[in-house]
Design a protein around this ligand. Structure first.
Ligand code: CP3
Length: 342
């Protein structure tokens, strides 16, 4: 593999000593960037995902403007249900919508897990174009949703506060749920292997809805599948696991060969270091809403966070995705504070 000029992110993933912690931002490609909004008004969401030139262009948008240390491919976790044969729409001012969500055993049996390379070819093309555009300046992150988080959308049919239908589906028929989760796991492993082959330098698994499960249900319906994915990939790529709202799983995640664990903003650095026994790099966890504070407050709270986590085994990020309408100059102040850290 060719040498990446800015080594901070990959070094932090290996737990190596760095001059300062690297920084990138979840959902950095989109939402708050005026040039993204221009494309958003011109092309619908999945057209942006499925057109490699557009996906690469959007991926590059925050690189110069914000100066992050890693890029994340513009795409979505819901391309996996699409590849499995589920029709997913992205409705304006509503979010993901599935007209025929998964309900029965035959629905699960009929789901496709074959030919990922063909179904998601546009993603691998977008990776190649983006790698060319990045010119080895910074690494590129590829991602997928966790099987549990993907099940949430496939069964609920849309976003939800508590994913009650998805939980009921699992609790009423755990065997069927395990079958669905295994199918999602299989295709996700295949997909992520192909992403690595196409050129991504690290993988992040988004368990954005892990936090709706109790600890014991998490052990049944989420953790084992993320563990399987991690084990299948960690010989060829660093793996970052982002289990939102799951502080109770941090200790388990520190023992399965992941390179880093992403934290939401409710967990203190001290608690996270304690639970992970400093075994693994931590990533996070500035509250995205705090980017609406004054620059003075952003700078002082960012410095505090850097002091709390320490310089090594740490990747600066937000605790979840950046919010729409976040002032770009505030994001720049956040990133500058990290770059000036010593
Ligand atoms: O930096 C980036 O933006 C990279 C691309 C990226 C998107 N989605 C683009 C997107 C990534 C990493 C995702 C992941 C994703 N998608 C997650 C996990 C991360 C998280 O935020 O928890 C989830 C749960 C989804 C599913 C999804 N996609 C939802 C719930 C929505 C609608 C609400 C929203 O976040 O705006 C989307 C749409 C989506 N995915 C948009 C973007 C830029 C906004 C819609 C648009 O641009 O038309």
């Amino acid at each position: 593999m060719s040498q990446i000029k800015n080594p901070l992110f990959l070094k932090a993933l290996k737990g190596e000593t760095v001059s300062r912690p690297p920084v990138w931002i979840m959902r950095q490609a989109g939402r708050y960037l005026p040039e993204f909004m221009v494309l958003k008004n011109k092309y619908d969401f999945f057209t942006r995902c499925q057109t490699p030139e557009l996906a690469a262009e959007i991926t590059m948008m925050p690189i110069k403007k914000i100066g992050v240390d890693a890029a994340i491919l513009f795409s979505d976790i819901l391309v996996i249900p699409q590849a499995m044969g589920v029709n997913v729409e992205m409705k304006n001012n509503f979010g993901p919508y599935i007209e025929f969500p998964i309900q029965s055993k035959s629905d699960v049996i009929n789901l496709n897990t074959q030919n990922v390379e063909d179904h998601l070819n546009y993603v691998f093309e977008a990776i190649k174009l983006t790698k060319d555009a990045l010119n080895n300046e910074i690494p590129l992150i590829g991602f997928a949703g966790s099987p549990w988080t993907i099940l949430c959308y496939m069964v609920q049919g849309s976003g939800s506060r508590n994913f009650d239908k998805a939980k009921n589906f699992c609790f009423k028929n755990p065997e069927l749920a395990q079958m669905l989760l295994s199918k999602i796991t299989m295709i996700t492993i295949e997909y992520l292997k192909l992403k690595i082959k196409a050129g991504v330098d690290a993988i992040q698994i988004f368990d954005s809805w892990g936090g709706v499960l109790s600890h014991s249900d998490y052990q049944l319906f989420s953790f084992p599948y993320i563990q399987q994915i991690t084990a299948a990939l960690n010989k060829t790529s660093p793996v970052i696991i982002y289990p939102k709202g799951c502080w109770h799983a941090l200790s388990d995640y520190s023992k399965i060969g992941a390179s880093a664990i992403g934290l939401d903003w409710t967990c203190s650095a001290r608690n996270a270091r304690y639970l992970t026994q400093n075994n693994v790099t931590l990533q996070g966890n500035f509250d995205p809403s705090r980017l609406f504070s004054s620059k003075k407050t952003i700078i002082s709270q960012t410095k505090q966070m850097l002091n709390d986590f320490g310089k090594d085994k740490y990747i600066v990020n937000l605790g979840h995705g950046i919010l729409p309408n976040t002032p770009v100059e505030n994001v720049q102040a956040f990133v500058e504070t990290i770059k000036n850290f010593n």
